[in-house]
Design a protein around this ligand. Structure first.
Ligand code: ZN
Length: 331
């Protein structure tokens, strides 16, 4: 682990907001907020070698996530199809198993991916016949000014030097090209309610946590013009939110409500109450299946979307406090 300054503004002064661990044999991770610009980041940060070891040991998703990410990719494509010009040359950075590129390719775009995991890249090649460059975003070579659109979903929070990554995006995009970034939103209400159980605290993988103002500042600082800022998927009522916070999200909210009414203190006096452990639990570590099936819309999906819709109108659309942050920018 090495101490670092704020990667957004360079300031050294920061305050610790959260202390997180994954359990008894895991180190503690400290989430700091820059006192100058408000950027939120892990400090100290694992070295590249330590980070590579964490990815080998802990970073896998199970079958639930394969299905979940396929659905999410389809939803992302549906949301973005109005923004992406027809028959674009499209690069998805951190493309994982290639789900988003699969939907984009079906719609007639010419697609390329970059993926760190050779297994995930092979999955995309085998199932969707997609050209995926294997390697980190800082190492892969691509021709200058050759893409109309670059997408990066859940990528930028993983990259230690995100400023260098944004410069590479600028270099790979054609003049007027679009950059679409999705990342967890540190300003989300769900984070405020679930505190250290928040799904965005995926340590040690989420090195940076952005909020609308810090992501926009990073983009403008690297020569992009901001076209649109939105937030999405307010997770309180979603199965992903519940599973990733191991149901503690809802429990924490219930406790907060009880505290407001004084009922929590009364209950503590009357009964023995097990305290909520301050641990950021790892997700299940089973490697996903190898075949691909188009995700099916279930009754639960329809219910979840229906429940979330009215809340999203205010929380995500008006306040920019949904759990996912999306900024669309232009070179
Ligand atoms: Zn800063």
């Amino acid at each position: 682990m090495q101490p670092v300054n704020c990667a957004l503004c360079g300031a050294a002064a920061s305050v610790v907001r959260f202390e997180l661990t994954k359990g008894t044999d895991s180190p503690w991770f400290f989430i700091n907020e820059c006192q100058d610009c408000g950027h939120v980041y892990m400090n100290p940060r694992p070295t590249e070698t330590e980070l590579a070891a964490f990815y080998t040991k802990d970073y896998h998703y199970d079958a639930f996530y394969s299905e979940h990410f396929a659905k999410q990719a389809r939803q992302f494509y549906q949301e973005l199809q109005r923004v992406i010009p027809a028959q674009s040359k499209l690069l998805d950075v951190g493309c994982s198993k290639g789900y988003f590129l699969h939907f984009a390719k079906q719609a007639g775009h010419q697609v390329t991916g970059i993926e760190y995991s050779a297994d995930a890249a092979a999955y995309a090649k085998d199932n969707f016949d997609i050209d995926v460059k294997v390697g980190s975003v800082d190492a892969v070579e691509l021709p200058a000014h050759s893409f109309d659109v670059i997408t990066a979903f859940d990528l930028i929070e993983h990259v230690p030097d995100f400023q260098a990554t944004l410069k590479r995006f600028q270099h790979w995009l054609k003049p007027g090209g679009l950059l679409i970034i999705d990342t967890p939103n540190y300003d989300s209400i769900y984070r405020k309610l679930t505190t250290d159980r928040w799904v965005g605290f995926d340590m040690p993988f989420h090195i940076h946590l952005f909020r609308p103002k810090t992501l926009r500042r990073a983009l403008v600082g690297n020569g992009f013009k901001i076209k649109q800022t939105t937030t999405s998927h307010f997770n309180i009522l979603s199965r992903e939110g519940l599973i990733r916070s191991k149901m503690f999200g809802l429990l924490t909210i219930a406790v907060k409500l009880l505290r407001l009414t004084g009922a929590w203190e009364r209950a503590q006096k009357s009964y023995w109450v097990q305290p909520v452990a301050h641990q950021n639990q790892p997700v299940n570590q089973t490697v996903g299946e190898t075949g691909y099936h188009e995700p099916k819309i279930t009754v639960l999906d329809i219910l979840e979307a229906g429940l979330n819709k009215p809340i999203n109108k205010i929380v995500a659309d008006r306040w920019l406090m949904g759990d996912g942050l999306r900024v669309i920018a232009q070179t």
